[in-house]
Design a protein around this ligand. Structure first.
Ligand SMILES: *[C@@H]1O[C@H](CO)[C@@H](O)[C@H](O)[C@H]1NC(C)=O
Ligand SMILES: *[C@@H]1O[C@H](CO)[C@@H](O)[C@H](O)[C@H]1NC(C)=O
Ligand SMILES: *[C@@H]1O[C@H](CO)[C@@H](O)[C@H](O)[C@H]1NC(C)=O
Ligand SMILES: *[C@@H]1O[C@H](CO)[C@@H](O)[C@H](O)[C@H]1NC(C)=O
Ligand SMILES: *[C@@H]1O[C@H](CO)[C@@H](O)[C@H](O)[C@H]1NC(C)=O
Ligand SMILES: *[C@@H]1O[C@H](CO)[C@@H](O)[C@H](O)[C@H]1NC(C)=O
Ligand SMILES: *[C@@H]1O[C@H](CO)[C@@H](O)[C@H](O)[C@H]1NC(C)=O
Ligand SMILES: *[C@@H]1O[C@H](CO)[C@@H](O)[C@H](O)[C@H]1NC(C)=O
Ligand SMILES: *[C@@H]1O[C@H](CO)[C@@H](O)[C@H](O)[C@H]1NC(C)=O
Ligand SMILES: *[C@@H]1O[C@H](CO)[C@@H](O)[C@H](O)[C@H]1NC(C)=O
Ligand SMILES: *[C@@H]1O[C@H](CO)[C@@H](O)[C@H](O)[C@H]1NC(C)=O
Ligand SMILES: *[C@@H]1O[C@H](CO)[C@@H](O)[C@H](O)[C@H]1NC(C)=O
Length: 738
């Protein structure tokens, strides 16, 4: 009775146990480690802990050595993917000198597991063949390799046929035996290789060292081999949802044998053979580099089942390309953004309208201003006169303000050719690429306008090769602009004393220049339709072109007398050395004033000295005085430029000097007319070319040439006086059309 109850109880326990076996595949009591090897389902040490649908998953753990065993093979690693690594002993055959054999070999039965083809069948020895026999249910077969050598191999590491050979293993072997044999029985056993070895080893896990392995491989008895395992005999398709694979895992057909293996889905990790083995990986916190999130920062990472999301704070969008947060685009912004934008656009539009209106007003103002200046500068008058003046002045162009600005690149400083009392001269480039000189007068007073117009008209009528050609003018600016032809080789002043004093002018040059100037002045005084008195003949106003041909410049513009004092001072000073003393004293200007100035220029040409030299003592400051004295005392050779005086030109120089002195006589009446001067100089030049020498030479009288003008540095009241007298006489002369 008691027995029956007891028996029933036992049965009940058995039923419970089996139920549990079916229901829960792994129980907390299962040992998960043996030594340092982890044991996971489907492997186990005790009933209920391993997969029982098949043999082999029951392992044993030797508690004394803490070693895990699969049959008699020590387990070193179990992988979920279907691999089991175990250590297997080496088979060997050893011979001694008495032909006694010591052989050891193993019959291995892996039962439900198979040998992986990651293993290599290996034989070590110098007179051996080794083989592996596979036993199948229906047939047996063998494979192996042969190794022969007469001495210890030299090469370390490689098992390539010299003392060691390797071959691959038959697919899916379960039962097999490995043996080694002496290949040639006739050969006596050598001392260096008494034993022959055969074993399986995972590819790459054996490194052959001949000197050691041929002797002692026996002592290193075990090599790791790889076994394949899988669940069942069926494919995933066949097992369907009856596979033992747990949640969040997938079934994979075994690639090496029949049956299947399980694998956790991406984003999960754990034991796929357990129902809840695959656990979500928290990519946001894991330290594993394989699973770690790739959000721009951990703080923006949100872990989800199987994966993770990168999220961004409000107002930001995630850029999926690099998982970084970006400020939200305009289209997603409503409310304030839109209002702000609308306001901005509106405001900008209003600004634009205001800008346009202002621009227009400014433009109109500009136009009006230009018109005003044009009238103020006598533009209307000029136009009128030009239209009535016939054909000769049709050349004079009226330029626009824009054109002038463009030509001078906005009156750029680098374009300035010269700066003087009468204004600034710019180099200008017209749209047709022709180079011109543009003179911008200083601020003049409005009473000068009519004179200016006269000048333009007069100049436009002069067509003389030794007069700088006036091309046109611009009247739209506050001060008028004059446009001249561009003469590129500087002034006579520059050549004699100034920046180009290194250019050596020969006597022939100088005489020709003198003839040209004299001829030009004579033409102006008598031949031009309206006689013109230049009033400001000086070396600084004689331009030279590349052939050293003289061009008389600065006619009309000099009458635009500057208003500010400093410039006035400069002008009077600059002109003083050439100023006719009679004109200076009486204020009466006539053509003899030009004659006087020309005399000074001629003296400059002869001596190479400046008209006024303040460094010299009082008596010789003025070139006219100095020169006249020298002539009187017969010291001409002392004052004449040493570079000019030659054996063959003394007579010409004396003659020129006489003319110069005559031109600078104190009384205008005593001076020759410009026409006579020109003729005399020209005769000199002609005489020179004909090598005619005149022995007649009269020394001129110099007594009357003493100049009464006190040279003053033209400051203050004195300067103003000089300015006024010039102005008055000038107007008188021009208006009289003398
Ligand atoms: C396990 O322990 C043995 C020695 O006890 C050691 O040689 C081996 O490397 C260890 N294996 C692992 C995976 O730690
Ligand atoms: C695997 O083991 C089971 C149970 O021990 C057996 O029925 C089956 O035939 C084995 N499979 C092979 C291929 O040996
Ligand atoms: C455990 O290993 C030791 C030493 O190899 C051996 O003596 C002992 O019999 C083993 N125990 C079991 C249960 O196999
Ligand atoms: C477990 O393993 C032992 C030896 O390791 C074997 O004898 C036995 O048949 C295996 N099977 C089961 C179900 O215990
Ligand atoms: C070993 O065997 C070989 C061939 O079987 C024989 O020729 C040789 O004499 C034997 N050596 C000894 C010491 O018996
Ligand atoms: C395979 O070899 C074993 C042992 O050598 C033998 O018993 C068996 O009969 C052989 N099987 C076949 C099919 O020859
Ligand atoms: C190797 O084993 C042999 C025989 O078992 C032994 O005589 C020899 O001393 C061992 N060598 C080493 C290095 O352990
Ligand atoms: C497996 O699938 C079949 C139909 O294919 C279904 O009837 C059965 O309930 C499923 N079993 C489980 C455990 O999901
Ligand atoms: C497994 O193998 C079967 C048959 O070869 C095939 O139909 C099935 O798609 C495979 N399943 C997987 C997951 O590879
Ligand atoms: C993270 O994701 C879960 C759903 O997967 C959601 O409920 C939660 O609000 C998210 N957290 C953040 C900070 O986005
Ligand atoms: C996202 O980032 C990439 C790389 O910085 C950039 O090329 C791409 O234009 C971005 N996409 C958007 C929608 O901003
Ligand atoms: C981030 O990782 C996911 C997978 O985890 C991948 O699909 C995506 O392309 C990665 N993005 C970047 C920017 O690396």
């Amino acid at each position: 009775m008691n027995m029956v109850v007891h028996g029933l109880f036992l049965v009940a326990i058995l039923i419970l146990a089996s139920t549990k076996l079916v229901m829960g595949q792994s129980t907390p009591i299962c040992q998960t480690k043996c030594g340092n090897v982890s044991i996971e389902f489907p492997f186990g040490l005790s009933t209920g802990c391993y997969y029982a649908g098949q043999d082999n998953f029951n392992l044993t753990c030797n508690e004394t050595t803490n070693e895990l065993f699969f049959f008699n093979m020590q387990v070193i690693n179990i992988a979920h993917s279907g691999e089991l690594r175990v250590l297997q002993s080496t088979s060997f055959t050893c011979y001694n000198s008495e032909n006694n054999t010591n052989e050891l070999f193993y019959n291995t039965n892996l039962v439900n597991f198979t040998l992986s083809n990651k293993n290599r069948f290996t034989a070590v020895g110098c007179n051996t063949y080794a083989f592996m026999t596979t036993f199948k249910r229906d047939r047996n077969y063998s494979t192996g390799c042969l190794s022969l050598c007469d001495s210890t191999p030299k090469e370390n590491g490689l098992c390539s046929g010299d003392g060691c050979c390797q071959t691959s293993v038959p697919k899916r072997s379960r039962r097999f035996r490995i043996r080694s044999r002496r290949f040639d029985r006739e050969t006596s056993v050598s001392d260096f290789n008494p034993c022959f070895y055969a074993f399986l080893v995972e590819d790459g896990m054996f490194s052959f060292s001949p000197s050691q392995d041929l002797q002692n491989l026996r002592n290193v008895t075990k090599f790791p081999i790889v076994l394949d395992w899988s669940i069942g005999e069926q494919t995933c398709l066949q097992v369907g949802n009856t596979s033992i694979c747990g949640k969040n895992s997938e079934c994979l057909n075994s690639t090496t044998r029949t049956g299947y293996n399980c694998k956790c889905k991406a984003g999960y990790e754990g034991n796929p053979y357990l129902l809840d083995g695959c656990q979500d990986i928290d990519e946001c916190t894991t330290s594993s580099t394989i699973y770690r999130h790739n959000c721009s920062a951990s703080s923006t990472c949100n872990n989800t089942m199987g994966h993770f999301l990168c999220y961004c704070p409000p107002g930001y969008n995630l850029n999926a390309t690099n998982n970084s947060c970006m400020r939200k685009g305009r289209s997603e912004y409503y409310g304030w953004t839109r209002i702000f934008l609308a306001t901005t656009v509106g405001f900008l539009a209003i600004l634009l309208v205001f800008g346009c209106v202002e621009q227009k007003i400014k433009h109109r103002k500009n136009t009006e201003l230009r018109k005003h200046f044009f009238e103020q500068n006598g533009g209307g008058m000029l136009r009128q006169r030009l239209s009535g003046a016939g054909t000769s002045n049709s050349d004079v162009k009226i330029f626009t303000e824009e054109g002038m600005k463009e030509a001078t690149n906005g009156y750029e400083e680098s374009r300035i050719l010269g700066q003087g009392g009468q204004g600034t001269v710019y180099k200008g480039i017209l749209p047709d690429n022709s180079v011109v000189a543009i003179k911008k007068a200083r601020l003049g007073d409005s009473s000068q306008v009519e004179q200016f117009i006269n000048e333009v008209l007069v100049l436009s009528q002069i067509n003389h090769r030794n007069v700088v050609k006036l091309l046109g003018c611009c009247l739209e600016t506050e001060v008028p602009l004059l446009v001249y032809e561009f003469i590129n080789s500087g002034t006579l002043y520059d050549h004699l004393h100034g920046s180009m004093s290194n250019s050596y002018l020969t006597w022939e040059h100088r005489l020709r220049i003198a003839v040209e100037i004299a001829g030009t002045l004579a033409y102006l005084h008598s031949s031009a339709s309206i006689p013109i008195i230049h009033r400001d003949v000086k070396t600084a106003n004689i331009l030279l072109d590349e052939n050293l041909t003289a061009k008389v410049a600065d006619f009309g513009a000099s009458r635009l007398i500057p208003m500010d004092k400093e410039q006035l001072t400069t002008m009077v000073q600059g002109t003083l050395g050439y100023l006719d003393p009679e004109y200076y004293n009486t204020g009466l200007l006539n053509e003899k004033s030009d004659v006087y100035s020309f005399g000074v220029v001629l003296m400059e040409l002869l001596t190479g000295q400046k008209a006024l030299c303040f460094e010299k003592p009082q008596q010789s400051k003025h070139l006219v005085n100095y020169f006249a004295c020298a002539m009187k005392e017969d010291r001409l050779h002392e004052v004449v430029d040493s570079q000019v005086m030659k054996e063959n030109n003394q007579r010409e120089i004396h003659e020129a000097a006489r003319i110069a002195v005559e031109c600078t006589r104190l009384m205008g009446e005593e001076r020759p007319r410009m026409k006579e001067v020109a003729a005399q100089l020209e005769a000199l030049g002609v005489a020179k070319t004909k090598h005619e020498l005149s022995d007649q030479y009269n020394e001129p009288e110099v007594n009357k040439h003493l100049v009464g003008v006190e040279i003053l540095p033209a400051q203050g009241d004195t300067g103003t006086t000089g300015y006024d007298s010039i102005k008055n006489v000038t107007r008188l002369n021009i208006e009289a059309g003398r």
